[in-house]
Write a protein that binds this ligand. Structure first.
Ligand SMILES: *Cc1c(COP(=O)(O)O)cnc(C)c1O
Length: 346
């Protein structure tokens, strides 16, 4: 169970009244929502008798598969695109799996893994174990319903890569209605993509029910899937719930990361920055009503994508270990604050 945070300061900044953050930046053990899906997939892999588990990953899935395989005592071989952030690579290698860094994008990694899966008899969490893996995301829905006091929200905003988690939150809510744990409600589902990889957002905007694959080019690497497996279903959920699917630029993603950190004390990765930036865009466009009880899903941790904000945040004041040096620096920081305030208020 990760925290559901009533986010009053972010809400005020955006002009909302009833905003919550579901904070999977602190999900255990590897600080992203992927631990939910991998724990289900590996439990089932063990039941089915697989001794080696594997995955095609945009980063977080590699961390999670390697960590949970280590805990379960299973052999592990994971595949990633070779240009991932240092934190994602290190956060996989520490668990000592076999790590294949493929010179290509995620969609190419995924295609290679389908071929490997056919001939090696390994359990790929997001390929031959995918039906079990994806069910793990329903807990994102279950927990929010419970944390809101056995009630569904009015609107959710979540990131889209393959589109799986988005559709499984929907499934989780509906299962709780079916078994009578919560009253039925028309929850609106809105999805977030990075402009540099937004095949589902483009299909939504153009009124298409099929997704045209794209070549990813964005800092939001964890959600950079150009050929999303569940894109069709994500479009269907957004449309039938009267939601939206929007995309934002890399610059807006960085601003989204900073905004969430400054207002709520939550350091998210680029996927979370995407989601916050899309939230802002939807509010500004009047596509989220300020009174709606809105839950935003933050799916990963900012310490793993430090490259994305390097150069866009402040710097420390380096001082001598003497009081005058501190006081001079403090004076400088206050001047900078005043300038900053003047700039943003012209
Ligand atoms: C994998 C991932 C997603 C998207 O997951 P899908 O279920 O494939 O849409 C979102 N956020 C983060 C941080 C991820 O690692």
């Amino acid at each position: 169970m990760t925290p559901l945070v009533k986010s009053n300061r972010l809400a005020r900044r955006l002009g909302l009244k009833n905003l919550y953050i579901k904070n999977d930046a602190v999900n255990m053990p590897t600080l992203s929502f992927k631990d939910r899906v991998v724990s289900v997939a590996l439990t089932r892999a063990r039941e089915l008798g697989f001794s080696t588990v594997s995955c095609a990953s945009t980063g977080n899935l590699a961390n999670s598969t390697a960590a949970i395989a280590a805990h379960a005592g299973m052999d592990c071989c994971v595949f990633i695109p070779s240009d991932l952030e240092a934190g994602k690579v290190l956060g996989t290698l520490i668990y000592n799996p076999t790590l294949m860094a493929v010179k290509g994008n995620y969609d190419q990694v995924n295609r290679l893994c389908s071929e490997v899966g056919n001939s090696y008899g390994w359990g790929f969490v997001n390929i031959n174990l995918r039906p079990y893996y994806s069910e793990g995301s329903k807990t994102l829905g279950y927990e929010v319903a419970e944390q809101l006091g056995w009630e569904l929200p009015d609107h959710i905003v979540a990131p889209l890569a393959s589109g799986s988690l988005f559709t499984k939150i929907y499934k989780g809510f509906n299962e709780f209605v079916k078994v009578g744990l919560v009253d039925e409600k028309n929850v609106r589902f809105s999805g977030a993509q990075a402009e540099g990889c937004s095949p589902i957002a483009q299909a939504f905007k153009e009124g298409r029910d099929f997704v045209t694959p794209v070549k990813p080019n964005t800092i939001a690497k964890s959600i950079a899937i150009g050929n999303p497996a569940d894109g069709y279903y994500a479009l269907e959920v957004a449309r039938k719930t009267n939601g939206n699917i929007e995309s934002v630029t890399d610059a807006e993603i960085v601003e989204g990361m900073k905004l969430l950190a400054e207002t709520e004390g939550i350091f998210t990765e680029t996927a979370g920055g995407t989601t916050i930036a899309v939230l802002k865009k939807l509010v500004e466009a009047g596509k989220i009503n300020p009174d709606e009880k809105t839950v935003v899903y933050i799916t990963g941790n900012g310490l793993k994508t430090q490259e994305a904000v390097q150069g866009y945040i402040g710097e420390p004041f380096v001082i001598e270990p003497r009081l005058e040096s501190f006081e001079r620096a403090l004076e400088r920081s206050r001047t900078l604050e005043r300038l900053d305030w003047q700039q943003t208020n012209v």
